[in-house]
Design a protein around this ligand. Structure first.
Ligand code: ZN
Ligand code: ZN
Length: 402
């Protein structure tokens, strides 16, 4: 009783300090009074205060109860989902994390602003975590492996953990040399707040100048920001959780990454995750023409504008390796199928052959008085011919134990 009180009192200033730190970090994500290194070394733990903007993002979707829906607002949410999913996959992932194409410094800043509207923290934070994922895929160091931490943690838990908030700039030195990118990363709520207000403003303008659309400021805020962004988060998070659980493995990578057509639709080509884990330096994740990769098509279109260039192709050796793997898989699958077929045929043939053999032997000895008076063995066995799946009669020693 009296033992716990001093500890509680001692903890109070610490708790208050943590609360104040988390609030300060809403504004300045690099604010770490005890050092980012120490924070990253802590055990996984949800920081409820720090994560409050993320909670508000989800709760904001309930605003639909008050603002209702219009066709324009709903289609805007869908459009904004895909245009910003393209930013997640084509910018956060294929540019900042893997540098699979080139752009100018101004172009890079524009891309970072676009990616900022996705509300998935800064591009440097995103790239740092993603590079770490490739280094430690599905081992205990991996922050969001469903095999190590479970589905829920890999999908949403890891992003709420206090230790995963600070960016390790030493792991993204190539990006950290640009102060404008570091600024956007540090104050990572600036672009989302501007984006949210732009939705509100757009809705207000439409209400005034295009009343026939039936929308307004609050409705566009809820659909264009809260609902679209929450769906965007969960669509993206499927790659962390589902893409290491669902689908096929063409390449025998050291992790458990998989290729999934469904995830490729949800995430504009990111579902070819096993391909990507095999080779990360090319611009496309769908390695073959039949592997739909809308992000790549979009980047190809952008390259015609001159904003980006130097898209990196899939090396021929990787394409050949994939074709060989596919070939071996289909050969193995057909061998498995023929083995099953052979086993089924054997199961049907063996009792029949046994019946015929015994019947023949019995018939050959039919004239012998001793056997002629005995039981009609061939009759019993021939019943197996009619019902080949009958269990072997008990007492023969080969049937399943009762
Ligand atoms: Zn992965
Ligand atoms: Zn990657």
């Amino acid at each position: 009783m009296s033992v716990s009180n001093p500890a509680t009192t001692a903890d109070r200033p610490n708790l208050l300090r943590r609360f104040a730190t988390a609030v300060a970090q809403w504004i300045d994500s690099d604010y770490c009074p005890d050092g980012a290194e120490k924070m990253r070394a802590e055990p996984d733990r949800v920081d409820w205060v720090r994560v409050m903007p993320f909670v508000i993002l989800h709760v904001g979707c309930l605003g639909v109860i008050w603002v209702g829906v219009s066709a324009f607002a709903a289609w805007a949410a869908v459009f904004l989902y895909f245009i910003r999913m393209f930013a997640v996959t084509g910018i956060h992932h294929r540019y900042f994390s893997h540098k699979t194409y080139s752009t100018s410094r101004a172009g890079q800043f524009f891309l970072a602003l676009w990616a900022g509207t996705t509300v998935q923290r800064g591009s440097l934070w995103w790239a740092y975590h993603h590079r770490h994922h490739h280094q430690h895929s599905d081992d205990p160091e991996d922050a969001h492996s469903p095999h190590v931490h479970g589905f829920l943690w890999s999908h949403i838990g890891w992003i709420t953990s206090r230790r995963n908030f600070p960016t390790d700039y030493t792991k993204v030195k190539d990006l950290a040399k640009f102060p404008e990118l570091v600024w956007l990363n540090r104050f990572d709520l600036v672009v989302p707040i501007l984006y949210a207000f732009s939705m509100l403003g757009l809705g207000m303008l439409l209400e005034r100048f295009a009343p026939g659309l039936g929308t307004n400021g609050p409705q566009m805020l809820v659909w264009g920001f809260f609902i679209s962004t929450t769906a965007l988060f969960h669509g993206t998070a499927c790659i962390n959780s589902m893409a290491h659980l669902m689908g096929k493995r063409r390449f025998k990578t050291e992790d458990d990454s998989r290729n999934s057509f469904i995830l490729s639709i949800i995430c504009l080509g990111e579902g070819w995750h096993n391909n990507h884990h095999r080779y990360q330096s090319c611009t496309r994740n769908g390695f073959y023409w039949w592997e739909i990769d809308p992000t790549y098509y979009g980047l190809k279109l952008l390259s015609y504008t001159g904003l980006i260039w130097g898209l990196k192709p899939v090396p021929q050796s990787i394409l050949d390796e994939g074709r060989h793997a596919d070939h071996h898989h289909s050969v193995a699958a057909s061998e498995r199928a023929s083995e099953v077929h052979a086993n089924v045929s054997l199961r049907q043939v063996i009792p029949a052959a046994a019946a015929i053999a015994v019947a023949t032997a019995t018939a050959a000895q039919a004239d012998l008085p001793k056997k002629a008076d005995g039981p009609a063995i061939h009759k019993d066995l021939s019943s197996e011919l009619v019902k080949p799946n009958n269990p072997v009669a008990p007492g023969t020693g080969t049937g399943p134990a009762a």
